[in-house]
Write a protein of this length. Structure first.
Length: 208
């Protein structure tokens, strides 16, 4: 068989492959059906789609004048062992991966604590480590101050954070003052009932 015959066979095979591909592409375009915008019937157990994810509700701050008095500092000390993996809690102790936390409550945020190099995000945040600020930060540090060097996963339990902060407060020569308890909101006074309309005296008939 000469080269001419081989060329004819190769051309026939190539033409067949091109023809099959054209038929396949054409059939897909012809019979491609768009998915329905809404299922014809609900499927049990399928999650409902929402237009936008609901924003998480902001956590209410504790009444520190009330919760600190009843906080469990012993439990807070146990929880603080997680902090001691990266922080020293003793007076005059060294900085570790994180800064020394002696007298941390109500201290300036990002201050010079023995030469510790704070992140620019921590310095930019400013302010003091108030009870509220510690409470929000310890829940999820990386989310509250994006860019912080602190990689701690956080304490989701509000009571754990309260107990830990109550314990950290004791680690100072002069513990931060406890604010007075918040005053309860006055109960709403119900509106007074409308008095019945005054009745007019009966008309006196004219004298004749």
């Amino acid at each position: 068989m000469d080269s001419w015959e081989w060329n004819k066979i190769a051309g026939a095979v190539l033409g067949t492959l091109i023809f099959v591909m054209v038929i396949r592409i054409g059939s897909e375009a012809l019979f491609d059906v768009a998915p329905p915008a809404k299922p014809g019937f609900p499927i049990a157990g399928a999650p409902a789609e929402t237009a936008a994810a609901a924003a998480p509700a902001e956590e209410a701050m504790p009444d520190w004048g009330t919760v600190l008095a009843s906080a469990d500092t012993s439990k807070g000390q146990t929880i603080s062992h997680k902090c001691e993996q990266c922080h020293d809690l003793s007076k005059g102790g060294p900085n570790k991966i994180g800064p020394n936390l002696w007298a941390i409550v109500d201290s300036p945020r990002g201050e010079d604590r023995g030469g510790f190099d704070f992140s620019s995000a921590m310095k930019a945040k400013g302010g003091n480590w108030t009870y509220d600020e510690l409470f929000k930060f310890l829940k999820l540090p990386g989310a509250y101050i994006p860019g912080t060097k602190m990689t701690f996963a956080g304490l989701p339990s509000a009571q754990d954070r309260i107990d830990l902060i109550a314990y950290l407060r004791t680690l100072a020569d002069s513990p931060a003052p406890i604010p007075p308890p918040q005053k309860a909101a006055p109960a709403a006074t119900p509106p007074a009932a409308n008095p019945p309309p005054a009745q007019s005296p009966p008309a006196t008939p004219p004298k004749t």
